[in-house]
Design a binder for this molecule. Structure first.
Ligand code: PLP
Length: 389
């Protein structure tokens, strides 16, 4: 009798095919480390319908590990659908390229993340989209900017601006965008869906970097687009052709971080609020935090973990302060469990023009507050302020 075991079959047949023997439900998210999927009847039928998202064909187009994360994040945002990408910039570029055609106009906030501004000016405009920048805290400025466009299509804002922590009145902006025949896209990276759900406030599309507080450990890049099914499908289409898909390993890391996002966000927000109060008592020239802006509760459920302050003594003092810190880490980025501190003058706003445009004062320090004990962060700042005076 012939035995169908590994010894009776040629080696090439033994290694070629694998059939999943598991029937159990894993507690942790399995990583589907595969580029491609067996072409079964369901997949062929889906392809014949032109539906590449409900079955898995090739990981650049979709992967079960990535899809699990997409569904969970879409649920957090209250979105019909979601799309994960390789980074926040991949989400933004796919959302904008996929949801505009040549001739479409974009009114963009003049305080956007620098790489977003560069993407709009250096790449999207070259692709035939018209881009104008406006002070989006001023409805009149939005209206004038929209009027200057041949075909106004999108208003693009960030929930909280960097580094002055200006909060966008998303509900008001969504209503104004609609009245001007535009849709509203919100970059929610400085918040997260626990602090703000832009879709519930009337936004049409949300983009977010998952490299920040959603993953929470400064160890993985990712991005997310959320909204109604069709604009998300258009972003997916662009992402598939740009090739900026999320890797399943990265998706699993983000998934793990997401499990503690609620407690991490609560802890960071509490510490940030306490630090804001303490910094104000220390006589800083200025302190910036979303909670210090009138009407912030219309957009956010809590003030968030990001804050900035201005020290007397300008950028040289700020530089000395940065180097004197022993608990907070001098580094760019945000949203991790470790407190990060950076200076906008030598990171996001390197040119005098960029600083002048938002009125950035010398001596501005930005803090992304982590989950260390408040007392440790306060004492560290106190000793660094003294050492740098
Ligand atoms: N949007 C904002 C507001 C950001 O601060 C960043 C990065 O810092 C991004 C988008 C881009 O995210 P990523 O670095 O994941 O591409």
């Amino acid at each position: 009798m012939a035995h169908d075991n590994a010894h009776s079959r040629p080696a090439s047949a033994v290694v070629a095919r694998w059939v999943d023997p598991r029937q159990q439900q894993p507690v942790a998210l399995p990583i589907y480390q595969t580029t491609t999927f067996v072409m079964d009847e369901a997949l062929v039928a889906a392809m014949n319908r032109g539906d590449y998202r409900s079955e898995y064909l090739y990981t650049r187009m979709g992967n079960p590990t990535v899809r699990a994360l997409e569904e969970r994040l879409a649920a957090l945002h209250g979105a019909e659908d979601g799309l994960c990408t390789a980074s926040g910039m991949a989400a933004l570029s796919a959302a904008l390229i996929g949801n505009t055609t040549p001739g479409d106009g974009i009114v963009a906030a003049n305080q956007l993340y620098g790489v977003t501004t560069a993407f709009l000016v250096r790449f999207l405009a070259r692709m035939g989209r018209q881009v104008v920048f406006a002070d989006t805290s001023d409805p009149q400025a939005i209206a004038s900017a929209a009027a200057s466009l041949a075909k106004p299509a999108w208003l693009l804002v960030e929930t909280i601006s960097n580094p002055l922590m200006q909060v966008s009145p998303i509900a008001t902006q969504a209503a104004q965008a609609r009245s001007l025949g535009m849709r509203l896209m919100v970059d929610n990276t400085f918040a997260n869906p626990l602090l703000c759900r832009p879709l519930a406030l009337g936004a049409d599309l949300v983009v977010e970097s998952l490299s920040k507080s959603i993953s929470g450990h400064s160890d993985v890049h990712g991005g997310f687009v959320a909204g109604a099914a069709e604009p998300v499908r258009l972003a997916w289409d662009a992402m598939v052709h740009l090739g900026s898909c999320l890797d399943p390993h990265a998706a699993a890391l983000i998934w793990r971080g997401l499990k503690t996002a609620v407690v991490r966000t609560d802890a960071s927000c509490q510490r940030a609020a306490a630090l804001v109060e303490w910094l104000q008592e220390q006589g800083m020239e200025q302190v910036f935090h979303p909670s210090l802006q009138i009407g912030w509760q219309e957009t956010l459920t809590a003030g968030g973990p990001m804050l900035s302050f201005v020290v007397t003594g300008g950028d040289a003092r700020a530089e000395r302060l940065l180097q004197a810190l022993k608990v907070a880490t001098p580094a760019t980025s945000l949203g991790g469990v470790e407190t990060l501190v950076s200076l906008p003058y030598n990171t996001s706003h390197r040119t005098p023009e960029a600083r002048a445009q938002i009125g950035l004062r010398p001596g501005t320090v930005r803090l992304s507050v982590g989950i260390e004990a408040f007392e440790d962060l306060r004492d560290d700042l106190a000793q660094a302020l003294a050492a740098s005076a």
